[in-house]
Design a protein around this ligand. Structure first.
Ligand code: PMP
Length: 365
């Protein structure tokens, strides 16, 4: 049987992974060199996996310059569980937190926080169908807030912050699920950063959390809070309170090695800017395609655009798929097209999409 050739995978997540990572995982899947069993089969308390966990943490610290007073946690439950864990640990029942609502994912974070305590909306882009992010001056911030939460990149709407909000000392929490390690990030400016892995940094099944130790100590969690929802318990147990998602962490470790090997976050940022610029230039070239996001806050990761009619959008997605360009249909809540071009998405895939767009416009424009 001949192997199916790889398509260009524009999926919003789980998204494309680096081919060298997949090849290494495939090579070592059945028997890890020096161990003689699969990483899928071995004890998480054994020497090999403990090494994987330690090395992945070390590589993350090196890659992102994570300060020593931050804990690096690998948690189950994806980013959605973080929507709950953040307020359960840090939002007093009689207090409130500020949420910046720049798209569907920040809305979901608000929904969970409201179940725990007070929420104030510092800004919402809903009236303009989330096509922009706020300027600093647009934010209505409460100096007494328990924290300020924002989403650095909205995966569905394709809008991205170019700099993190200033909060005047109020702890800043960020959901970086769809742009984690897409370029350098200022960890020290945040009290807590979280990301579901399955877009830019690994497979589904694990969320990466970076949290300032001092904030962790100040958490307000109810003593009756379930252990699995308690950051401090995960931190005290080195992310091994229960059996961690070992395979997802192992693959994340390989992705971190790959990122370091290509020059780290500054280097991947240059590549990401180049890929996004190529695609946005095509969107702007004629009136046939229209970008959803305002130019100043266009996402480098999720490029959202519309065609002149829904019929044409359906045809576009169908013909693109047949041409080996997979996963371009936009999220059902926004419509249109979405090209997710995460770190591992190859540059020739962007060129292939641009070529396809030009051909499609020539036939249908
Ligand atoms: N936040 C953002 C920005 C996301 O894109 C997603 C998933 N698409 C989530 C949170 C939820 O992640 P998960 O599915 O891992 O819970």
């Amino acid at each position: 049987m001949t192997a199916t050739p790889r398509v260009f995978n524009f999926s919003a997540g789980p998204g494309v992974l680096p081919v060298p990572v997949l090849e290494e995982a495939q090579r070592d899947l059945v028997s890890m060199p020096g161990v003689g069993m699969s990483v899928l089969e071995m004890s998480h308390r054994g020497k090999f996996f403990e090494g994987v966990l330690a090395q992945t943490e070390a590589d993350i610290r090196k890659l992102a310059g994570v300060p020593d007073d931050y804990r690096v946690l690998f948690l189950p439950g994806g980013a959605s569980l973080q929507f709950s864990m953040v307020p359960l640990n840090f939002l007093p029942r009689d207090g409130s937190a500020d949420y910046i609502v720049s798209g569907a994912w920040s809305q979901k974070a608000v929904k969970e926080a409201k179940k725990v305590g007070g929420v104030k909306i510092a800004w919402s882009g809903e009236a303009a169908n989330f096509n922009t992010v706020p300027a600093q001056g647009d934010l209505v911030l409460d100096p007494k807030a328990a924290y300020v939460s924002y989403t650095s990149n909205e995966t569905i709407h394709g809008v991205e912050f170019t700099s993190s909000p200033e909060t005047g000392g109020v702890p800043l929490v960020c959901d970086t699920s769809s742009d984690m390690f897409a370029g350098p990030l200022d960890v020290a400016k945040h009290a807590l950063i979280y990301a579901g892995a399955q877009k830019n940094i690994g497979p589904a099944g694990v969320a990466l959390v970076l949290v300032r130790d001092e904030w962790l100590k100040r958490r307000v969690a109810d003593p009756a809070l379930s252990s699995m929802l308690n950051y401090a318990i995960h931190a005290d147990n080195g992310s091994m309170y229960n059996t961690p998602p070992v395979f997802a962490i192992y693959i994340m470790g390989l992705v971190m090695k790959w990122l370091l090997s290509i020059g780290g976050l500054p280097a991947i940022r240059v590549i990401n800017e180049r890929k996004a610029a190529t695609l946005y230039a095509e969107i702007d070239r004629s009136g046939f395609y229209t970008g959803h996001a305002a130019v100043a806050c266009r996402s480098l990761m999720n490029v959202t655009f519309r065609l002149p009619s829904e019929d044409l959008e359906t045809t576009f997605a169908k013909e693109a798929k047949a041409a080996g360009l997979d996963g371009l249909k936009g999220h059902r809540s926004v419509g249109g097209m979405r090209a997710s071009i995460y770190n591992a998405f190859p540059e020739d895939g962007v060129d292939a999409l641009v070529q396809f767009m030009q051909e499609f416009e020539r036939k249908n424009g």
